[in-house]
Ligand binder design. Structure first.
Ligand code: PMP
Ligand code: GLN
Length: 384
């Protein structure tokens, strides 16, 4: 009889993601859900129709491994229009099962045992497991102050001969901050004489507010030549459950990533690729997103302005971080659980993204919600 009691784990510290924990608690308690990042409104009916039409036209078998050529063309043109960088359609783009798979393939393909990878904390929760699976060592650097700024001096000091990769994320989950042009120029200068690869997670590229411009790594030649830029259709088109994304990178890096892509999924959803090809022909479908979510952010902040929750307005993403230290000194995970069980409101405690679970008395609220949901959430927050 088999005995797997001592089965070695590749991720011994791995736990169920806070997103699953909070979302299922929210469902169990029928709570207003501002936890996991997804909209509670529908993706465009026209886009759904385009998927259906693609199915009816017979696009139901494997597409090419690196994606439908017309969609590759569309995305490459979009990146060129927005950021002034022309990737090669045949060798520098692939579609993936969400940005998550792009991140996984990039890290697994390019990080080798013993390599160091710099990650800024708080950080989205998929980078570190991916790095560890590849045998790499995450080198964690804390973002500084209430504005969560990168201390580039510290980055310079933490770069060693073993540094293989730096992961950046702008606009940033969970803090809602962005890297500005001077951050990117500083990074470009820092990496100039190195062989360090840049992994740039830009899934919220179109969710940027107050007239700011997204500073994609693709805009900066010294970064683009070493960067894998990851994107997600789920964030941009309100359909996170479709799990569609892509990444672009110079051919020399993409060649390695494709080997992983081929071995993990080979290719992704064909009818959806056809639908996005059509849908992306109208740039308003993504260019209007910043205004759309800025209105949601402003509505939420206006609704809670007289509560004891305080925070600087998010500059991007659909997440607002709020400090609750005027209300209680509880650990944020405890408060988040209590908010669900006692007040029927689900949020995400920021400590889960921090180094060693450091608690700064902050909760993350996803405001990709209908006005009615935002109003109900604000009513609850007024009672605290
Ligand atoms: N990166 C960040 C920063 C995210 O917030 C998310 C959200 N899920 C992802 C990557 C993954 O995107 P996807 O759902 O397309 O896999
Ligand atoms: N990106 C989403 C968030 O930050 C969650 C994605 C996931 O559940 N893995 O809430």
């Amino acid at each position: 009889m088999s005995n797997f009691n001592n089965l070695p784990s590749k991720l011994p510290a791995g736990k169920t993601s806070i997103f699953s924990v909070m979302t299922s608690l929210a469902r169990e308690h029928k709570a207003i859900d501002m936890s996991q990042g997804f909209p509670n409104f529908e993706t465009d009916a026209h886009l759904k129709q385009l998927v259906y039409e693609a199915m009816k036209k017979g696009y139901n078998q494997y597409p090419p491994m690196n994606g439908v050529p017309e969609l590759r063309e569309q995305i490459i043109q979009k990146i060129d229009n927005l950021y002034g960088k022309k990737y090669d359609k045949a060798s520098e783009i692939i579609f993936t099962a969400g940005a998550t798979q792009a991140l996984y393939c990039a890290i697994t393909a390019l990080v080798h045992p013993g390599d160091e990878v710099i990650v800024f904390k708080p950080a989205y929760d998929s980078y570190e497991p991916d790095i560890k699976l590849a045998g790499g060592k995450p080198v964690l650097i804390e973002l500084k102050g209430k504005d969560f700024k990168v201390d580039w001096q510290e980055v310079e000091e933490k770069i060693t001969s073993k540094t293989r990769m730096i992961v950046i994320n702008t606009p940033h989950n969970p803090t809602g901050t962005i890297l500005d042009k001077s951050d990117m120029q500083r990074l470009e200068k820092l990496l100039r004489s190195t062989n360090i690869i840049l992994l740039s997670d830009e899934v919220y590229e179109h969710l940027i507010f107050d007239g700011e411009e997204h500073q994609s790594a693709s805009r900066f030649p010294g970064l683009a030549e070493r960067a894998i830029v990851c994107a997600s259709f789920g964030k941009t088109f309100h359909n996170t459950g479709w799990k569609m994304g892509y990444c672009v990178a110079p051919e020399v890096l993409m060649k390695e990533i494709i080997k992983l892509h081929q071995a993990t999924v080979f290719c992704v959803n064909h009818p959806m690729q056809r639908a996005f090809t059509e849908y992306l022909k109208n740039p308003d479908h993504y260019l209007s997103l910043g205004d759309f979510y800025q209105e949601k952010r402003d509505k939420f902040l206006e609704l809670i302005k007289d509560t004891k929750f305080k925070g600087k307005p998010a500059k991007g993403t659909y997440f607002q971080v709020l400090d609750y230290s005027e209300i209680t000194g509880e650990y944020d995970v405890d408060l988040a659980k209590r908010l669900i069980t006692e007040h029927s409101l689900a949020t995400i405690p920021v400590s889960v993204f921090n180094i060693d679970g450091k608690d700064n008395k902050q909760l993350r609220f996803c405001f990709a919600k209908t006005d009615e949901t935002l109003e109900k959430a604000a009513e609850i927050l007024h009672k605290l």
